[in-house]
Design a protein around this ligand. Structure first.
Ligand code: MN
Length: 171
């Protein structure tokens, strides 16, 4: 089911009659049956326990088919503006497309508590989805943001045995 992990990690509005000690998150619950994407991306600046950036691309759940979601990575050092540097990107759970415009404060006690700002956003052109045995190994795209412009590559590295680790760099 799309977004299952996303929904499980978050506490939305309380059920009727149940009082909660933790303030609920204002992050979107999300729509799950979106058929057509608009090739948008966003980079969130997330002041959580550790400052990091979240890079999100509007893509089908199975990369080239399925409902549209935001494929998402936490990028500790941010998406590089210049070519010549490779930054680590840890893939996290797919987010709902509505998350493209999310900004605000995730209250204490919630997953990812802290301030979320939009660092950059825009459109992208998908250039490459390279799969081996149905597993995506490489992505290529051109970003058309305000800060991020140009052709980028993401390569799945499985660095230190972490199946979610990728590298992102500008060509
Ligand atoms: Mn984050």
């Amino acid at each position: 089911m799309p977004l299952e992990k996303y929904l499980k990690k978050r506490k939305f509005a309380p059920l009727r009659g149940i009082t909660r000690s933790v303030k609920k998150t204002s992050e979107p619950r999300g729509s799950i049956n979106i058929k057509n994407g608009k090739n948008r991306f966003v980079v969130h600046e997330h002041h959580a326990r550790n400052l990091h950036y979240d890079f999100r691309l509007e893509l089908p759940e199975d990369w080239d088919k399925g409902s549209i979601v935001l494929k998402s990575w936490a990028v500790p050092k941010g998406v590089p503006i210049a070519s010549g540097v490779k930054h680590l990107a840890i893939q996290v759970e797919d987010h709902p497309v509505d998350y493209l415009n999310f900004k605000g404060i995730i209250p204490e006690g919630n997953y990812g508590a802290g301030t979320v700002k939009i660092w950059d956003q825009g459109k992208f052109i998908k250039l490459k989805v390279y799969k081996v045995n149905k597993v995506v190994k490489e992505l290529g795209f051109e970003l058309k943001g305000k800060k991020l412009k140009g052709k980028y590559v993401m390569i799945k590295t499985n660095f230190a045995g972490n199946k979610n680790s990728w590298l992102i760099f500008k060509k």
